[in-house]
Design a protein around this ligand. Structure first.
Ligand SMILES: [Zn+2]
Length: 270
């Protein structure tokens, strides 16, 4: 019981951050002031929303996805973003179980798990924000890029892993690999935003897991784009935003990267 309550609280914490991200994405896209502060309002009738309208997921279900004032439909995209962030927070807790449950109702708090949980929760929030922003606009906002990079470097310094030399090697790989593609394709395949974003991944993962992340991204990218190209009437030169694939690859790396890496190392040493 107590354990499910912790999971539920974490889900709602994640969903609230998802809700904040959707507001931030909207305000950055539309050049509206006050990404962090300022009242929320209905984008259609401009009426201010109060606490009752802003409870993640629940408000959406209670109002059946409509604005209480003008009845305009609220995009289910917000609901999806909130649920995604909530689920990611639960998955991170299972990966870094900073509260260990001792039946019947005791918990042991482990700071050594809490710090990575916190850092990865921050990274994940940026990833999800970039994912949805890039999907909508094929751009990554500078404010996400240039706050994530220093945060990820400081995060890795706090965790003591990857080490500085490793971050540097990973950054160099990212520069050659992504910078090379940008130069060759004159920015058609990838944008500068993808390159800057890959520097953050380099700082978070180090070079070995960065390679896992890149491999996973291209694998997922192929799985998704090939059917699109074949069946969905999408032309070969239609720009497909790349950062969402990198982000799915990054999540795969967070949760399974070390397993994938050791599986690969085993299979080449046999
Ligand atoms: Zn309204």
């Amino acid at each position: 019981m107590a354990y499910s309550l912790v999971l539920l609280l974490l889900f709602f914490l994640g969903a609230s951050i998802g809700s904040f991200l959707s507001v931030a994405i909207y305000r950055i896209r539309n050049n509206k002031p006050g990404i962090f502060f300022g009242n929320s309002y209905c984008t259609s009738c401009k009426k201010h929303l109060n606490v009752k309208d802003l409870i993640p997921i629940i408000s959406y279900l209670v109002t059946k996805g409509q604005c209480r004032h003008c009845k305009k439909a609220i995009s289910p995209y917000y609901l999806f973003l909130e649920i995604t962030t909530g689920l990611v927070f639960i998955a991170l807790f299972l990966k870094f179980p900073f509260l260990q449950f001792i039946p019947p109702d005791n918990f042991i708090f482990t700071a050594a798990w809490f710090i990575p949980f916190l850092l990865y929760a921050i990274y994940s929030s940026f990833f999800i924000g970039i994912f949805f922003y890039d999907l909508q606009t094929k751009r990554i906002p500078d404010i996400f890029l240039f706050s994530l990079l220093p945060i990820s470097i400081i995060g890795s310094l706090i965790l003591g892993s990857p080490q500085i030399w490793n971050m540097f090697v990973a950054g160099l790989i990212a520069l050659i690999f992504f910078g090379g593609q940008i130069a060759v394709s004159k920015g058609k395949w990838l944008g500068e935003g993808d390159l800057y974003f890959s520097f953050s991944l380099a700082a978070i993962f180090g070079w070995q897991l960065l390679l896992v992340c890149i491999t996973a991204s291209y694998f997922i990218g192929a799985l998704i784009s090939i059917p699109l190209l074949l069946f969905a009437n999408i032309k070969k030169d239609t720009p497909i935003p790349f950062a969402p694939f990198l982000i799915i690859g990054a999540f795969a790396t967070i949760f399974f990267g070390n397993d994938l890496l050791s599986w690969y190392m085993d299979s080449i040493t046999i």
